[in-house]
Design a protein around this ligand. Structure first.
Ligand code: OAD
Length: 230
């Protein structure tokens, strides 16, 4: 097995669990205005609308189950003795429920709440309202603990360190449209890592990844994990 692997996942890995992707036909950003529901300005303008959007996301995620791709990555990391770093842009908890530990949620977590005044974090209630009070500072600043457009993703230092040491960088189920995650493959290449894309179809300019495996994640990811173990 390769020594150090950094895996970046996106919405495509949860697609077969029934969670919508963002940019595919009929995806979330075709149904909702990103500026209204996924920016700090949108939240300031209409927090109730934003809460309702995430309440719906939370309900759908809670009703979904991890699929074979999530569990295959958990199996891989479980026997890698710390050599696999799993970074996800997804805010759902399907990696964790599939058995992964220490998942780096660079875009935050749907099931967590954040106080915009004092920075306290706690488990999200099923329904969040603009009038909800922070359990720490008692002010009405409750928001989903997710990263919106215009905000800085979480854990960037830890991710950069892992990429700098990686032998292999693997991108799974992401369109590569959103930075900084979209730039990880170039960073990994600059540090000498081999690069692999696993996606429904090749997402980026030819040659950016050393290898591309196309097809649905529930088939391709377990097959790749099995290949690594041979
Ligand atoms: P996208 O919706 O942009 O891309 C999903 C990718 O998954 C596409 O390349 C699809 O071809 C692929 N895909 C779909 N079904 C698949 C399957 N069954 N197996 C394998 N691949 C499949 O989603 P992301 O790239 O994750 O950020 O989006 C990145 C960020 O944009 C999200 O984290 C979110 C969004 O706006 C924020 O909200 C800040």
């Amino acid at each position: 097995m390769v020594q150090r692997i950094v895996i970046l996942t996106g919405a495509g890995i949860s697609a077969e669990s029934g969670l919508g992707t963002f940019r595919d036909a009929g995806g979330l950003w075709a149904q909702y205005d990103l500026a209204e529901v996924a920016t700090p300005v949108g939240f300031a303008r209409d927090p109730g609308l934003v809460h309702n959007f995430y309440i719906a996301r939370r309900e759908i995620a809670a009703g979904a189950s991890p699929n074979a791709a999530h569990t295959a990555l958990a199996d891989l990391a479980g026997r890698s003795d710390g050599a696999v770093t799993l970074v996800t842009q997804n805010i759902d908890d399907l990696h964790e429920r599939g058995g992964s530990k220490d998942v780096i949620h660079m875009h935050g977590e749907l099931m967590r709440a954040l106080c915009q005044f004092c920075g306290a974090r706690w488990d999200a209630p099923e329904r969040m309202e603009p009038s909800d009070l922070c359990p720490t500072c008692s002010r009405p600043g409750t928001r989903p603990d997710v990263v919106w457009f215009g905000e800085i993703p979480y854990h960037m230092e830890r991710i950069a360190e892992a990429i700098a040491k990686a032998d292999l960088f693997v991108s799974i189920g992401t369109s590569g449209e959103v930075y900084p995650a979209a730039g990880f493959v170039e960073e990994a290449r600059a540090f000498g890592a081999r690069t692999l894309e696993i996606n429904l179809e090749p997402s980026r300019i030819p040659g950016l990844f050393d290898r591309v495996i196309a097809g649905p994640a529930t088939r391709t990811v377990p097959a790749w994990v099995a290949e690594l173990s041979r």
